[in-house]
Each structure stands twice: as structure tokens, then as C-alpha cells.
Design a protein around this ligand. Sequence first.
Ligand SMILES: *[C@@H]1O[C@H](CO)[C@@H](O)[C@H](O)[C@H]1NC(C)=O
Ligand SMILES: *[C@@H]1O[C@H](CO)[C@@H](O)[C@H](O)[C@H]1NC(C)=O
Ligand SMILES: *[C@@H]1O[C@H](CO)[C@@H](O)[C@H](O)[C@H]1NC(C)=O
Ligand SMILES: *[C@@H]1O[C@H](CO)[C@@H](O)[C@H](O)[C@H]1NC(C)=O
Ligand SMILES: *[C@@H]1O[C@H](CO)[C@@H](O)[C@H](O)[C@H]1NC(C)=O
Ligand SMILES: *[C@@H]1O[C@H](CO)[C@@H](O)[C@H](O)[C@H]1NC(C)=O
Ligand SMILES: *[C@@H]1O[C@H](CO)[C@@H](O)[C@H](O)[C@H]1NC(C)=O
Length: 917
Amino acid sequence: MKSKKPHLSLVCFFILFSNVVSVYSQGSAATDAAVMQEFKKQIINPNPLNWNDPDPCKWDKVQCTKDGRVIRIQVGDQGLKGTLPSNINTLTELQVFEVQRNTFTGPLPSFSGLNSLQTILLNGNGFTSIPNDFFQGMTNLQSVYLDSNPFSSWTVPESLKSATALQIFSAYSANITGKIPDLFGGNTFSSLTTLHLSFNNLEGPLPSSFSGSSIQSLWLNSIRGKLNGSIDVIQNMTRLTQLWFSGNQFSGPLPDFSGLTQLEDCNLRDNSFTGLVPDSLVNLPSLKVVNLTNNILQGPTPRFPSSVRVDMLDNTNSFCLSQPGPCDSRVSTLLDVVKDVRYPTKFAENWKGNDPCSRWLGITCDGENITVLNFQKSGLTGIISPNLSSITSIQRLILADNSLTGTIPNELTLLPNLTELDVSNNQLYGKIPQFKSSMVNLTNNFFQGPNGNGNKKSSTGVVVGSVIGGVCGAVAVAGLFVFCLYRTKRMRSGRVQSPHTVVIHPHHSGSDQDAVKITVAGSSVNGGTTETYSCGSSAPGDLHIVEAGNMVISIQVLRNVTNNFSEENILGRGGFGTVYKGELHDGTKIAVKRMESGVMSEKGLDEFTSEIAVLTKVRHRHLVALLGYCLDGNERLLVYEYMPQGTVSRYLFNWKEEGIKPLEWTRRLIIALDVARGVEYLHGLAQQSFIHRDLKPSNILLGDDMRAKVADFGLVRLAPEGKTSLVTRLAGTFGYLAPEYAVTGRVTTKIDVFSFGVILMELITGRRALDESQPEESMHLVPWFRRMHINKETFRKAIDHTIDLDEDTLASVSKVAELAGHCCAREPHQRPDMGHAVNVLSSLAELWKPAEVDEDEIYGIDYDMTLPQAVKKWQALEGMSGIDGSSSYIGSSENTQTSIPTRPSGFADSFTSVDGR
Ligand SMILES: *[C@@H]1O[C@H](CO)[C@@H](O)[C@H](O)[C@H]1NC(C)=O
Ligand SMILES: *[C@@H]1O[C@H](CO)[C@@H](O)[C@H](O)[C@H]1NC(C)=O
Ligand SMILES: *[C@@H]1O[C@H](CO)[C@@H](O)[C@H](O)[C@H]1NC(C)=O
Ligand SMILES: *[C@@H]1O[C@H](CO)[C@@H](O)[C@H](O)[C@H]1NC(C)=O
Ligand SMILES: *[C@@H]1O[C@H](CO)[C@@H](O)[C@H](O)[C@H]1NC(C)=O
Ligand SMILES: *[C@@H]1O[C@H](CO)[C@@H](O)[C@H](O)[C@H]1NC(C)=O
Ligand SMILES: *[C@@H]1O[C@H](CO)[C@@H](O)[C@H](O)[C@H]1NC(C)=O
């Protein structure tokens, strides 16, 4: 405190005085009187107030308590000039302070600590600044008016937070800068009804804390204001009656107003709103005034009820017509499309009128038909709209270089004339739909290969989804190639490399028969070698099928062999498709599993790709072999070896209806052993362990020799290396599910052991895992079996009556029952592994010793080898010469033609096979 010598004693008094105040923070009638005298002294023209009495409590417009504490000062509209005393916050009992619309100047003193103050009216003066701690400790503050003061720029201080009782905060034309502080939400101010911040220098977005606030009157209007971003948050400000947002830079679509049931006055003019005027605003019953002029609103001109005063000057928006009424259907469709990218400003500004073919930005037409959408580098965020499928005339769709996320909608495959889809340089992920005849540029996104190669940003260049004829036909050549090799190997010799890139050059040999030259850019150890093979079609009428590898078979071939998927060829229907029997020209039978087409669910596609990935890697005599597959448009087909005797469930549960003999115990035992071996193999694969997850009798197939193979690997997921369990999507079939899997989705090999135990119980009892024809208490096989197994008497009754129960058989059945009980132990760690099951069952089966024929010898394929191992073996066996064209096989000439796609040049290098490499 600065002072001059003569006033030294006074200085001392003041120091003492302020110490008292700061220690006790109480004040007294005397200190209040002193402050009031100081206030009077600082008013240059106090005459109108008539403040002459020595006791300020007797002054006009001042009110005190009985014991002389000042509680109200109300001197608004008195034409006063002057400044406020700096120690005003010693009036600790003050409740109301009103000096509005005078000519007070200078800095506002701090009012901090005035915890009785309820109302402050400072608006309409010449105050030049506001201290940062102004609101500190004002726990009873209800109304603040700071409007129209020439403050130096300030931001709403955090100290306002202590004013939790706040109802009105009004500070328009108050030179507030920066963002709207994130503190006006309902959590801090549960009673706030009025927030008036018009004509300041606010910028940036609406704070998210507005969501759920109790504000009724919100003024943020300005002239050339800098508030921007979306106003979505207001859809949660359901108490609003008055919304003044005009003159800012708000953008994006208008939100849903349906929750704002009290909104009367909505001023949104002079912003950059795009998109349609929502019906929720047009039909809002409470609405009385609406201003929409000077935005870039699109779609039909809204028709508000006549009760609403509408300010919406013509041609100051981008409505399709100046009168209410529907837009051209192409306009509506385009708006549906850009809705999913929040109606970008760039398009709203440029799409004027009702004819998209009148040189609209990014749109090219042929006559009246939209043929090209080029939205490259348009700053798009959001998803690729499934509504694009309504623009049926579209040929090229360029969405490159944006920030699109989500997946490519399957609907796009419905576009009949789409030849090019470029989504490069976005943030897309997920499954890639199968396009029939489109070139698809997927570069630089987050797509995951069908092998589940993780989320790495793909940098593998272009995947050309498919070219006329489908992936199917195209990749068929890779299959053919392997087939050639295989055949040739059997004839004598061959050279094998993993076919990563396949380039096809159709050439005419001059003969009647077409020949195909296949170039394989191998990725062998010597690297980069390119070798050329010729596969002449020397054996017309022969098969088109291949017997090893990752083989794609053309849909034409599959149509031919299944009699165009005729009803008569149906072998069965599974959860996600129908299985057809097919017969190749040489009489070899195959099973073609055809997925539901068209409505291919995500699940189905997952299962399909995982099935391919698994089956092409796994070979075992007790696992059904995948011979090939086909992806063509929506078609997804798997070609399996044919298992003539069908499913085990057929023999176990349906033998009567089928007119077949029920299985003898020895058969059941051998089937159990076969299954155990197949599953043991799956679990024991050194590199990658597979968990089947859907073991059940309808997934176990029988050959003519009644030996069993495990089928339907659709639910198998690759277990990550080094991990024995993974939490994953719940799959499998109810009744066979291990309890921990059903509850937590936790997957270990032990869930297969559990399902296997259930299958053993079914083999023993001839009853289904879940039999709804049974009374409640015996519906579920596992608990029922456990109960029956407790003593010999009941156990005998539980055994399938068709089993001839001699003493040996009963002993054998009992051992298997014991094993089944172990396998179905509640705790995964109490269950044995499949190796144990194999040991138990093989020791029992030994006793009968069925004559085992080794298929391996017959087919020359060691099913216990994985495909790469098999390929290695063939390489090792490789003879002196290359493939002998004359001995290799392609197929009949008409099939050759359908399976060799004609591809535009330039695609070859970027072509990759469906496994994504
Ligand atoms: C707002 O504050 C800035 C900086 O403090 C000042 O230059 C400007 O004149 C003020 N504006 C008004 C309208 O008072
Ligand atoms: C809002 O304005 C600020 C500058 O005040 C700018 O940095 C920001 O990108 C703008 N945001 C939007 C959504 O336009
Ligand atoms: C509206 O409130 C709901 C529920 O609190 C919240 O989930 C949603 O994000 C809010 N919306 C906006 C735009 O703030
Ligand atoms: C909003 O529209 C109403 C009705 O046309 C009009 O009276 C009012 O002045 C408009 N307000 C603004 C800020 O344009
Ligand atoms: C536009 O498409 C329709 C079918 O949708 C077709 O009949 C018409 O010929 C096309 N017009 C032009 C100019 O291509
Ligand atoms: C697709 O293209 C053909 C040939 O140009 C044309 O006749 C047909 O109308 C187009 N289809 C659609 C839906 O525009
Ligand atoms: C795919 O997109 C990338 C990046 O935009 C580009 O470099 C590449 O040439 C495109 N490929 C084709 C075949 O158009």
C-alpha cells in the first residue's frame, strides 16, 4: 500500500484493519459503515442518492440488518459516475449488489468471499476489467449480470464453479474470449436457466457439458462469431426455450430436436449448417419463431406450420427447390449418401438446385444417369454409405484420400455397372465384400486378410477383388496349377513353389484344344524365379478338381457337377448352407457346401474364411479333407471329399427313419477313437493349435468303411501361438458347450474335450445331448448321464437298448462311460487331454482289432502331413524334368474357357489370391 508520510497513522490503522478482516473474515457494522463511506466518496456525483445521514443504514437504496450489517445496495439507473471501492468484499453480509446502467468505470474489485451474495448487477457500465478471483467463494450466488462493459478481454474464470446455486449468468458484449468453459453443465450448476454470452469473442465448439444441462435460454449469437463445430449436444438440452446461435460458424447437420419440447425461439441464421431441416424441428409443437436464413441447408424447403414465424430468406440456403416439395429422387439419394459423412460443407455449397447432372461437384453423368462419384480428397469423415447402392447407374466410385472408417458395405456389390471402387487411403477395416466385376483399390486401410493377419495397415498394394468372372474363375487357374503339379507328380515329376502371384497368359496353340500358359512368380528360397509351365487340356471329359492345396474351383464346374445345384443333389442342410452331392466326370463324388447366397451374414463369411484357412492347412485321415473352394459374388462354396455314409447322428438317432441298422458297440468305439484321433491331431499341431469348438455327431461323417472323419471346421479359430486359451466369440451348439465356454466364452482345447465327452455319452445312450421330448429333469444328457452312472443298475438302463450287452461289451461301455465322465468334468483342468482319450479308446478297440486299411497307401497322400509338408515332400520326390505338359490335365475345352478370365492388362501385377498375400 502506497502512502504519504502525513497519513502514516491511518496506514497503520488500515493494516491492522485488513489483518482483522483477513483473519476472521467477519467484518462488523463499523467496517461496513466505513466501506459505504468509501463507496460514497468514490462516486463523483452522489447528489441524486441523498446519502447524507452519518449512518449508511439510513441511506436510500441501502438495506441493513438490525445490527447494522449492509445486506442490499441497489443503485441501478441513477446516472452515477465513479469507481467501486476496492474493499467491497468486506461487506460480508451483502446479499444484493446492483449498480446497473450507470457510468461506473475502472477495474471491478474482487467480490471473492461474499458468500451471502445472491445477485450482482454490474451490466451497462464502463468497467474495464474483472479480476480472476471475482467469483471465489460465492456459494449463494444466483444471478450475475456483467453485460455491456468494456472489459479488457477475459475468460470466464474457474472460480465461478464455487457458485453452485447459479441460475442466471449474463455476460453479453463483455469481451469474453476463448472457448466456452466446460463448466456450465448440470453437474456443476443444477439450477442454471439462463446463459447469455452473445457478442463476445468466443470461439471453438460447444462444450460437451451442455449435454443434460438445465439451461432454458442460451444466447451465443454474434456477428462474425467464431463458435464452430457441430451443435449435436443441444439435442440433450431438453429444457431449452430460447436458442440464439446466429452469426457464428456452426456447421454440420441440425440435430434431432424432438427432445426439446419447450423450445419456442430458435435462431440459427448466419451459420454454415448443412443437410436437411429435420422434421423434428419443423413439427416441434412448442416452436414459435425460427430463423434459418443464410446457411447451406439442403433437401426440400421446410414447410413450418403457420403458427411459426419463419425467417428464411429465399436463396440463402441450398434447398433443392424454393418452394416446399420433394426433391428429384437423384438429389434425395445423394443426400442419403452424404448423410453418412455428415453433409460436407463443400458439397452443400456446390450442390445447388434440383439436378445433380448440372455439373455438381464430384458428380459425372451420362445423360440423366449418374455414372461417376468422385469424392477423392474431400475431407470425408464417417462411413461409406450403404445408400450408394441406390445409385444403380454408377460405374466409378472414387472415395480415395479421405478419413472414412467402418467397413465397405456389402450393398455395393449390388451395383450392376460398378467397374471401379477406389477406397485407398482411408481407415476402413473388416471384411471385403466380393465384387463380381469391379476393380477395387484397397490400398492403405486397415483391412484384415481372411487369414486374420491382424490389424496392420495393409501395404500390399491392390487387391483386385475380382475381374469379370469372379475371384472364383480367376484364381481357379492357381488351383489348376496345383492340380497339374499334383497329377504330374503322380505321373512322375514336378516342380513346386508356393503360388503367390499367378499371371495367366492365354495363348492359342493352334490346335483345337485351348492351352494355357501359367506363369508362377514363386517365392522360393532362390527368390524371384519365374517359371513357365504349360498345362495342355489333353484329357477332355476329365475332372476339373484338384486334390491338394489352396484351390479355387470355378462356379461353372460346380454347377455342372451338382446338376446346377438341383434339389436331388442335396445331401443335407447345415446352419449356414446346403450341402450338395457332386459327381465328376470320372465318377468321383464330392460334397459341395453352398452358403446361403445373397443374405450372407457376417457370421457366415467369417466361418467360410476360417474354414478355408483351417482346412487347407490341416490334413489328417480323420478329418474331412477340403478339396477346393469358390468365391463368386455372393456365392461361397466349399468342396469336400464325399462321405457316403453321412453323419454319425444319422446312425445314432435317426436309424429307424432312415431304415438303417443301428451301430454295434464296436463300431461306436472305433468311431469314438477316430474322432479322438482327429481332434488330438487338431490340438497337437506343433505350430498352430486348432480348437474345433463345434464337435457334435452331425459334424462327424462316415465313409463306406464306417470310419469317421471330423467335419465342419467353420468355427475353428486359430489359437494364437504360445497361448492355450483365448476369449472369443461364443460359438458352438448348445448342449455340447463346456460350462466355462458358455459362461465366459473362454476357449481352450478343453472345450473340445467336453464336447467329445458329450459325444461319448450319446454313443453309449443313443440319446441326444439335448432332447426336448424328454421330461425336464432328463432333457440335458450330461447331468442325466451323471445321475444314471452312479450305480450299476441305473447305468445299465441308460445304455442304448440296441446295443447287445454281453459281459465284455458292458465292461467296455463302462470304461468309455468313465472316460466320458472325465471329459465332461466341470473344471477344465479336471478334463483329460485328447491324447488320454485316444489311449483309453485304442486299448479298448485293440480287443476287437478291426481290419484297418491304410488309406494313405491307397491315395498316396499322407493325411497326417500339413499341406506345406506335403508340398515339401513332393519337391523332394521331384524328378529330373519339369512338368510334362502332355501328362497334365486341365479339363474339357469349354470348361477351360469359363475358368480363364479375361483380364484387362495392367491388373496382373497387383493381383493377389484370396488369401490376401
Ligand atoms: C477487448 O479486449 C481487447 C484486449 O484486452 C481490447 O483491445 C478490445 O478493445 C476489447 N474490446 C472491446 C469491445 O471492449
Ligand atoms: C473451429 O475453429 C478453430 C479456430 O478457432 C479451428 O482450429 C477448428 O479447426 C475449427 N473447428 C471446426 C470444426 O471447424
Ligand atoms: C446425449 O446424452 C446421452 C445420454 O447421456 C449421451 O450418450 C449422448 O452422447 C449425448 N449426446 C450428445 C450429442 O451429447
Ligand atoms: C428471427 O426471425 C424473426 C421472425 O422473422 C424476426 O423477427 C427476428 O428479427 C429474427 N432475428 C434475427 C436475429 O434475425
Ligand atoms: C439411364 O438409365 C436407364 C436405366 O436405369 C436407361 O434406360 C437409360 O437408357 C439410361 N440413359 C442413358 C443416357 O444412359
Ligand atoms: C448399365 O449399363 C448398361 C450399358 O451401358 C446400360 O444399358 C444400363 O442401363 C446400365 N444400368 C443402369 C442401372 O444404369
Ligand atoms: C491404388 O491406390 C494407390 C493410392 O491411392 C495408388 O498409388 C495406386 O496406383 C492405385 N492402384 C490402382 C491399380 O489404381
